[in-house]
Design a protein around this ligand. Structure first.
Ligand SMILES: Nc1ncnc2c1ncn2[C@@H]1O[C@H](COP(=O)(O)OP(=O)(O)OP(=O)(O)O)[C@@H](O)[C@H]1O
Ligand SMILES: [Mg+2]
Length: 344
């Protein structure tokens, strides 16, 4: 009998038509089903990106067909290890963690849109009815409170912890900005103080039950990312990049750091990928996409490519990021949620 699935078929077509094949891709270590590249890439192309030998590709295709025919497959779906960092009190004292997923958003380079991606992911998860918190780990350059328009100081919670502020949409937010008299006051702190503030934001804030705690980080591989990687029970890291070659090179340092510290990259996001005119023409202002390279370097799915959107920048500046709707961002969020679901 001829194979139903062949190596030249597009990955997303395969999984849409045959949902049973999702577990096969993941069992073979291919995250392509929740990857923006998988929307146009063939099974063979996905395997090439992840450096499969021809024999491994044959086995994958064989297993895909076996799954379609209800026959046994040669691999078991992989589960992601949970709780990479040294657990702090909240994690260690509770076998059933109150915070189900702790995800850090990182990038080697400044200004590529980490905070924006953090904010957008949070908004989308919240719209799906999930409980979401954002820990602004950029202690000396916080921007999350501003993006959400949260004003005022956090109060003492009923459990003697710190009550986080809530955005209009119900996202719990904790940011250093909330402790400053003036938003423009500088936080002139050395590394150890920054680290201790991040730990306190995790441990002493009364986050309650959360489906997702997103941790926005400053650029680079300094104290803040190190603290988050080593001290928080991190479930995964999302890497944000932009199409510039330079950005990718610096992003590589960040990827290496995560890998050295045995963290898991759960996805990559390419921001500022293009600009689309109202008439639908696309301009790749910062050059062609490096999305496939990023997937190759990290082995993680490309969760989405975000266009440059002046409307988005304006909403962020006005503290109204929760009012943003756009298709590329819905795709990003869907891929994010499905990636983590499959890993569980
Ligand atoms: N896709 C986009 N469209 C329009 N504006 C964007 C986009 N992405 C980011 N911006 C704007 O670019 C600026 C930098 O973004 P953001 O603060 O998220 O970057 P960052 O990586 O967190 O920066 P830092 O390294 O300073 O923390 C912000 O003003 C943001 O609103
Ligand atoms: Mg930022």
């Amino acid at each position: 009998m001829a194979d139903t699935i062949t190596a030249d078929m597009v990955i997303h077509d395969v999984v849409t038509k045959f949902p049973a094949t999702v577990k096969v891709f993941h069992g073979h270590g291919l995250p392509c089903t929740a990857c923006a590249v998988g929307a146009r890439e063939s099974v063979a192309g996905g395997a090439r990106t992840h450096r499969f030998t021809p024999e491994k590709l044959d086995l994958l295709v064989q297993d895909l067909n076996a799954a379609v025919n209800g026959e046994p497959i040669s691999v078991a779906p992989k589960k992601a290890p949970v709780g990479r960092g040294v657990p702090l009190t909240m994690a260690s004292s509770e076998p059933n963690r109150k915070i189900k997923n702790v995800i850090a958003i990182m990038s080697g380079k400044g200004g590529v849109g980490k905070s924006l991606v953090t904010g957008l992911l949070a908004v989308s998860l919240r719209r799906q009815g999930l409980q979401v918190g954002i820990l602004d780990g950029d202690i000396t350059g916080p921007s999350i409170a501003r993006m959400f328009g949260t004003k005022g100081q956090p109060s003492k919670s009923a459990n003697d912890g710190i009550e986080p502020l809530r955005s209009k949409g119900g996202i719990k937010v904790m940011s250093m900005n909330m402790f400053l008299e003036q938003e423009s006051d500088p936080v002139v702190w050395r590394g150890p103080m920054v680290s201790s503030a991040i730990k306190q934001f995790y441990n002493d804030v009364d986050w309650g039950n959360l489906d997702y705690l997103l941790v926005d980080l400053p650029p680079g591989t300094s104290d803040a990312p190190m603290t988050v990687m080593q001290s928080l029970p991190l479930d995964g890291v999302v890497i944000v990049s932009s199409p510039q070659m330079l950005a990718t090179m610096i992003v590589m340092k960040c990827i290496n750091m995560v890998q050295q510290l045995k963290g898991e990259i759960v996805g990559v996001v390419e921001n500022m990928s293009y600009f689309q005119t109202p008439s639908g023409e696309r301009y790749e202002i910062f050059g062609p996409s490096n999305g496939t390279d990023l997937v190759g370097m990290t082995g993680a799915p490309l969760l989405g490519t975000m266009p440059i959107d002046p409307a988005l920048a304006a909403l962020c500046d006005a503290g109204r990021v929760e009012e943003y709707y756009a298709e590329p961002y819905e795709v990003l969020a869907q891929n994010f949620v499905s990636t983590l679901k499959i890993k569980r």
